[in-house]
Design a protein around this ligand. Structure first.
Ligand code: NAD
Length: 254
């Protein structure tokens, strides 16, 4: 199996893309460290992984804006090494520029950018020992402007540049750094931005029609890209921003 005995930190692993990535990489032999803020939701993902017969993961209840040092310390004390960091935790607040506050800007950038920088810096000394790699979960919103998601789009654009700069700087340490940039993916993130179940259903159907492949994305579309970039199959790939969007950006359907 591709990740046999590889130790993998996944932030935001209690739901959506992070949870699916934890299930997939565990099923491929990985020793996964699930990081999330909600104990109960983390427990549900841990239970799925154990039920599937995959290696028992380690869950850490933590906030990536505050607890990065503890996340890395606990990982190393539990497993003794680190092979892969998946920076997946992210938030969006949909609000027009004129109504948005600098506090909202700070909340988004603290989670989507600053925590990635902090975790990266803490993990690099460990990844250097294992020729490890980092996969950041960005968004096509970093590549095209999205109405009412200005700070989110800005944060993902900053993350994309960080991915490329880090790949450049850490290449000589034999650490690869890449990102997956999803298009719309059906996850709980839509509830988090305040949409009702009916609004979500309509939103998914309408947007699916605009996407060249006729649907928006599934969490498995993204977890498979993360698995590829994190694996040895991608050993010559670094600094890449991998769009996984059903052709949305190419078709200007976003
Ligand atoms: P989600 O809301 O299901 O998952 C985000 C996870 O991050 C949640 O588990 C949340 O609790 C966690 N998180 C947020 N802030 C955190 C913090 N401070 N500390 C620890 N955990 C924190 O949504 P998702 O769609 O699975 O999002 C995962 C990533 O994918 C995000 O970075 C998001 O920006 C990106 N993304 C999502 C879509 C989409 O359409 N769903 C599209 C492009 C990019």
């Amino acid at each position: 199996m591709e990740f046999n005995d590889k130790v993998i930190i996944i932030s935001g692993a209690s739901s959506g893309i992070g949870a699916e990535t934890a299930r997939l990489l565990s099923s491929m032999g990985g020793r996964v460290v699930l990081v999330g803020r909600n104990q109960e939701r983390l427990n549900n993902v841990v239970a799925d992984i154990i039920k599937a017969g995959s290696p028992t993961p380690h869950a850490i209840v933590a906030d990536v804006t505050k607890d990065c040092q503890r996340i890395v310390d606990e990982t190393i004390s539990h497993y003794g090494k680190l092979d892969v960091l998946v920076n997946n935790a992210g938030i969006n607040i949909e609000i027009p520029i004129m109504d948005a506050t600098t506090l909202q800007y700070e909340q988004i950038f603290d989670t989507n950018v600053k925590s990635v920088i902090t975790l990266t810096k803490l993990c690099v000394p460990h990844l250097e020992k294992t020729n490890g790699n980092i996969v950041n979960v960005s968004s096509i919103c970093g590549m095209v402007p999205v109405y009412s998601s200005t700070f989110y789009s800005m944060s993902k654009a900053a993350l994309d540049q960080f991915t490329q700069c880090a790949a450049n700087e850490f290449g000589r340490k034999h650490i690869r750094v890449n990102s997956v940039n999803p298009g719309l993916i059906e996850t709980p993130i839509f509830e988090t931005v305040g949409m009702s179940p009916d609004e979500i259903k309509t939103f998914i159907e309408e947007n699916g029609k605009k996407y060249p492949v006729g649907r928006i994305g599934r969490v498995s579309d993204i977890s498979r890209c993360i698995a590829f970039l994190a694996s040895e199959r991608a050993e010559f790939i670094t600094g890449t921003l991998l769009k996984c969007d059903g052709g949305a950006v190419s078709a200007a359907a976003y």
